[in-house]
Design a protein around this ligand. Structure first.
Ligand code: ADP
Ligand code: TRP
Length: 336
């Protein structure tokens, strides 16, 4: 089984990135051949300062390593180190319906929020992501729920290219078991873990750097603890049982504590007698239990950026070797 995923290097990583994505990456590296990359080309859509883009790419790589992505088990690389991905991006783009891109969440959300002047990079974002997904013949793509549409697009467009280049290709039989014509591009499956599908931020909306409601994984502790103390609660009295619906504090405790610890906290929550401050302290303690180790490893990696560069360069070589036969098939089929 070949596993592939990426995270944009567009800012500091937060709890949502860990529980929604990176924790799963670490688990999956024992189940197959894993490729993980820093989506630094995608990040150019939001990070326009070159120096910041370079720094964030390296920081994201260090975060992956500190959180347990093991370069002996997984292939870790920069998206930009694989020129074949932008080539496949273009080729796929020649078959992508405009109507698909117009209804892509990544584009629509930004346009509707009027946060950004939409430019071509944002519009074409799903096509580059599809190229990432299809370039390495991957089987499984672990992502957060918000990326589901991108996976569906990747599968649709791969099917389109397969059909348009291979007259005998049967979309009902993508592996070519009956037709003997397997797709030029393999159709991977999304792997979305429902229980951690959406990690709430401090205000109760989805945790996201674009909402300014994050609890970060690395960096100074003070603002991180402050963010945990600022998680939105209601005015339920200390003695009263606390409501469990729409409570980001409750949901965060649920993902961050072990099932046994959570069972105990859950009882206290429902019984009443403890104020929200008590539960916030439990959250801070859980953060330390989980992230003190990674934070120490991150500090070590920061002292040796040359080693991180070496690991990334090695990963890029291995990733390119896997991309080579795929791009070769595609070039031939489209007539390049
Ligand atoms: P952000 O929303 O902060 O910009 P990204 O879009 O860069 O985060 O997300 C990187 C990865 O982390 C994706 O796989 C995404 O699905 C996952 N992720 C981000 N935020 C959350 C969240 N709040 N809950 C679950 N997964 C998340
Ligand atoms: N769009 C993804 C995100 O925001 C990052 C990403 C880029 C990705 N290419 C990918 C994820 C390919 C999985 C597979 O998180």
């Amino acid at each position: 089984m070949r596993i592939l995923s990426g995270v944009q290097s567009s800012g500091r990583l937060h709890l949502g990135n860990y529980y929604g994505a990176i924790r799963e990456f670490v688990r999956l590296q024992d189940e197959g051949e894993a490729l993980y990359f820093i989506a630094n080309l995608h990040a150019l859509n939001t990070v326009t300062d070159g120096e910041a883009a370079r720094r964030l790419t390296l920081e994201t790589a260090m975060a992956f390593l500190a959180l347990g992505v093991d370069p002996k088990k997984s292939i870790l690389f920069r998206q930009s180190a694989i020129p074949e991905v932008t080539e496949l991006f273009w080729i796929l783009g020649t078959r992508v319906p405009m109507a698909n891109l117009e209804r892509a969440h990544s584009y629509r959300d930004k346009v509707e929020n009027k946060k950004a002047q939409p430019d071509f990079g944002l519009f074409a974002y799903p096509v580059l992501m599809a190229a990432d997904i299809l370039l390495y013949d991957s089987d499984v793509v672990p992502v957060g729920k918000d990326q589901k549409q991108h996976l569906e697009f990747a599968r649709d467009w791969a099917t389109k290219l397969n059909v348009s280049c291979q007259p005998k290709y049967d979309p009902q039989d993508p592996l070519g078991l009956k037709s003997k014509v397997p797709g030029l591009l393999k159709l991977p499956e999304a792997r979305i873990r429902e229980e951690t599908a959406v990690i709430p931020g401090t205000d109760g909306q989805k945790m996201s750097k674009s909402y300014g409601n994050t609890i970060d994984l690395f960096g100074e502790l003070k603002p991180i603890e402050k963010a945990m103390k600022s998680v939105k609660t209601d005015s339920t009295a200390v003695d009263a049982p606390k409501p469990t619906e729409g409570q980001p504090l409750y949901d965060l405790l649920k993902v961050m504590l072990s099932p046994e610890e959570f069972a105990e906290v859950d009882t206290a929550w429902r019984q009443g007698g403890k104020g929200y401050g008590f539960f916030k302290e439990r959250l801070i303690a859980a953060y330390h239990t989980t992230f003190d180790g990674p934070r120490a490893r991150y500090a070590e990696l920061e002292k040796d950026p040359a080693e991180v560069e070496r690991l990334l360069a090695d990963g890029a070589l291995r990733a390119r070797a896997l991309a080579a036969p795929v791009i070769d098939r595609v070039r031939k089929a489209v007539g390049l």
